[in-house]
Design a protein around this ligand. Structure first.
Ligand code: ADP
Ligand code: ZN
Length: 748
């Protein structure tokens, strides 16, 4: 019968109580049935009062004197609550991505901010109309003007809020209470949830779906209605109208009294996006995003839990919305890097969504114009069902794409940021009064500071990364925020030759004014969007035609729809190709396609100019041909050759310590442990030598990294689970932080 089993249990689960864990013995009869997420009854406290709690873990280790550990009484009735689902999701996060159960629970459990809800009191007439009119006549005769004013208005409107009665009708609360006591009016109180979109209106007219859209939506509907729950990849070119398909799918699920979660990358979670959902579903939607106040978030979660909101729109973490009747999870722009968490547990929303959907009996729809290599691979393996939209909705043509070879330009003596071709096309747009978007791939490269004389790059004293020059004359570290004054004098060779290199958005802006006097430019980058609504204000100004050019980084490529934009210029397409990362080709292709997709969305056809130093790279040629297939075939061959995801899986162990030697020592010990664990294995994991991370120091912590590869994800999971307790217990590792990452988005 083996070891005794113990369960960690949280009573009254809430975000605040997550670290209050009690241990109970699992009775033999409940073995196998007591698993994370199950709700149980236990004797609690000195009086052994019966309480309910959730199991969060089952172990063989007793944390206290075995004889003092009480036993679980039984499994609660109807134990499949949304909390139990979320605890199961937390257990999945811990197991797959590596983190403590507490970290995992904190990730999935909504924070409840204690807020006092505003009470909304509505007054109704309790009498029959005729009776009320008689009463009114009586009051008029007695000149009871306040009562007359109040009752007239109430008769007119049928109902009135308490505020309106007191403030606008100048009818005191005391009088209202008297009328209530006399049975003349009735008061109804309800909780007023904050709804930041309450001023928007639901619209009844909707676009009829085109044939491709209808086919995709219909396929989903038929599966859903026959009880098939799958993961779909909705692969639709930019402008093909994926959102309309989502809306239709949500409609299918709502008609079955189920709820839907829609994930959107934070940055495209704009007013415009939310409005499209609002217009269809009205106040059945709830929005969750990081700029909300605690109270707003709490309100939204309560409405979701109460089933008052059944369409939940939000960024990555909205995945954990407490929806009890989940029927569908949509992940828009599923290729976006923001769907991977960058703190422990470093979960990917896509995998996690599929897991949660499995528990809830829900479907998952992944949508993109440039699917992640992972998702397309799974679709081609038949694991996901592929739904295609090949044409733009309303039949706008895809833009024509031209390439400008920057090496040629340089040879011909063009030292400007803009190729001759791009300049030419920009002049045409200016003359025609059409708009353009100029896109600068990646900000990191810009403003890189080094000494022209000795070549020393100026680095952050806390991080092993170069500082960035800002026009305000300061150097800044984008990792830790450290700032210092810029000086020309080199700290190493003493020569006054330190200067900023590279192409920043600020520099391009200056070049635009020089090249095209009088041009109107809106710049959108991390610096101009720091304020709360800056992002939206810039986009709104651009859509009102207040500028000829919208100039920006990554953030301008997402989800914006401007009919008057007929030219997109990509200034340096290959900057992201130079990084060592195995995803750099994918990222470049996606950025180019998404950026190009902004052109020609209206009546007028669009053009795109891609400026590059490597026009022969497949990520660039495929983007020019609008050919995902062309890109994918090359990319999957490369991943397969190198054993990178999705062809194999990658577990990263990041070792960090303030003492460099301790970090190195710990990494070496872990390497030994892994090697030992693989002895005699048929197909051992592949361990790449541990060494310094690409960013060898961050926020004063030295970083060592180990990469472990295997075809089978389960093998890596098993290895990690075997290492975790050893690493926790081992004294050598005190003061050393160890983090896991599974199938990382970036190499470390
Ligand atoms: P995607 O997300 O696939 O890039 P959107 O959903 O933003 O595309 O739709 C692009 C544009 O096409 C929007 O302006 C939308 O209103 C329009 N559109 C979508 N579906 C239709 C349709 N069936 N008929 C006409 N216009 C449509
Ligand atoms: Zn720093």
């Amino acid at each position: 019968m083996g070891e005794e089993l113990f369960a960690d249990i949280i009573i009254d689960i809430s975000h605040e109580a997550l670290d209050k864990v009690f241990q109970y013995r699992v009775p033999f009869s409940l073995r196998g049935a007591v698993t994370p997420g199950v709700r149980v009854c236990v004797p609690f406290g000195a009086g052994n009062r019966e309480r309910e709690g959730y199991v969060i873990a089952v172990t063989e280790q007793a944390k206290y004197d075995r004889d003092k550990i009480k036993e679980i009484l039984r499994i609660s009735e109807g134990s499949l609550t949304v909390e139990s689902q979320l605890i199961q999701v937390a257990a999945f996060l811990k197991k797959r991505y590596g983190s403590s159960m507490l970290q995992a629970l904190k990730t999935v459990m909504p924070v409840k901010t204690k807020v006092r809800h505003r009470q909304e009191v509505t007054l109704y007439l309790k009498l029959e109309r005729a009776e009320a009119e008689a009463l009114l006549a009586g009051w008029e005769r007695k000149h009871r003007t306040a009562r007359v004013r109040f009752l007239r208005r109430l008769l007119e409107k049928g109902r009135m809020s308490k505020e309106e009665a007191v403030k606008e009708c100048r009818f005191p609360l005391k009088e209202i209470k008297k009328l209530e006591a006399d049975g003349i009016i009735r008061m109804e109180t309800r909780v007023a949830y904050r709804n930041p979109f309450s001023h928007l209106e639901k619209k009844e007219d909707r676009l009829p779906l085109n044939e491709e859209q209808r086919a995709a939506a219909e396929r989903f509907r038929q599966d859903y209605m026959t009880g098939e729950r799958k993961t779909y990849l909705l692969f639709g070119v930019t402008g093909s109208g994926k959102t309309e398909v989502y809306l239709d799918m949500i409609g299918t699920v709502l008609a079955e009294q189920k709820q839907a979660i829609v994930l959107i990358p934070e940055i495209s979670l704009t007013y415009q996006t939310v409005r499209r959902f609002y217009e269809r579903f009205g106040d059945r939607i709830a929005v969750l995003h990081s700029r909300m106040s605690g109270g707003e978030r709490s309100d939204a979660c309560e409405r979701i839990a109460a089933g008052e909101a059944d369409v939940i729109i939000g960024a990555r973490s909205a995945l954990f919305a407490p929806a009890k009747k989940l029927g569908l999870i949509i992940i828009d722009e599923e290729h976006d890097g923001a769907y991977k968490s960058d703190s422990s547990p470093k979960y990917h929303a896509r995998e996690t969504a599929i897991y949660r959907a499995g528990l809830a009996g829900a479907s998952v729809v992944l949508g993109s114009a440039t699917p992640s290599v992972e998702s397309f691979y799974r679709a081609s393996q038949g694991e996901y069902t592929l739904l295609m939209l090949r044409r733009r909705a309303g039949n706008a043509a895809l833009p024509s794409v031209y390439v400008a070879d920057l090496r040629e330009e340089f040879r011909h003596g063009n030292r400007s940021v803009f190729s001759e071709m791009l300049k030419e096309k920009m002049r045409e747009r200016l003359a025609a009064g059409e708009q353009m978007m100029l896109f600068l791939n990646r900000r990191g490269f810009a403003g890189f500071v080094s000494c022209r004389s000795c070549g020393t790059a100026q680095k952050c004293p806390h991080c092993d990364v170069s500082m960035t020059y800002h026009r305000n004359g300061r150097l800044r570290c984008h990792y830790c925020g450290y700032e210092t004054a810029f000086t020309r004098q080199c700290p190493v060779c003493g020569q006054p030759h330190v200067a900023a290199f590279g192409l920043g958005t600020e520099k391009v802006e200056a070049a635009l004014y020089q090249e095209f006097p009088g041009i109107r430019v809106l710049r959108m980058d991390m610096d101009t969007t720091r304020r709360k609504n800056a992002h939206q204000e810039i986009l709104a100004a651009f859509s009102r035609g207040e500028a000829d050019v919208l100039l920006g980084t990554q953030m301008i490529v997402k989800g914006h729809d401007y009919a008057n934009v007929t030219l997109v210029g990509i200034l340096a397409a290959d900057m992201s190709l130079f990084s060592q990362d195995f995803r750099s080709g994918e990222r470049t292709f996606q950025l180019l396609c998404q950026a190009a997709g902004r052109a020609g969305r209206g009546e007028k056809p669009g053009e795109v100019v891609i400026q590059t130093y490597s026009p022969e790279h497949y990520a660039i040629t495929a983007a020019i041909h609008h050919s995902y297939r062309e890109f994918y075939e090359q990319e999957i061959a490369f991943r397969s050759l190198m054993g990178y995801p999705p062809c194999a899986h990658l577990l990263v162990i990041l070792v960090q310590c303030g003492e460099e030697s301790s970090a190195v020592l710990a990494a070496m010990r872990i390497q030994k442990m892994i090697e030992k664990s693989q002895e005699g294995e048929q197909e051992p994991v592949q361990l790449l030598n541990p060494g310094k991370a690409a960013i060898a120091k961050l926020k004063d912590m030295y970083r060592q990294v180990l990469y472990i590869k295997h075809r089978d994800a389960a093998r890596l999971e098993e290895l990690k689970n075997r290492l975790e307790p050893v690493l926790e217990a081992h004294s050598l590792f005190a003061g050393v932080q160890i983090q896991f990452d599974f199938d990382p988005m970036n190499l470390y």
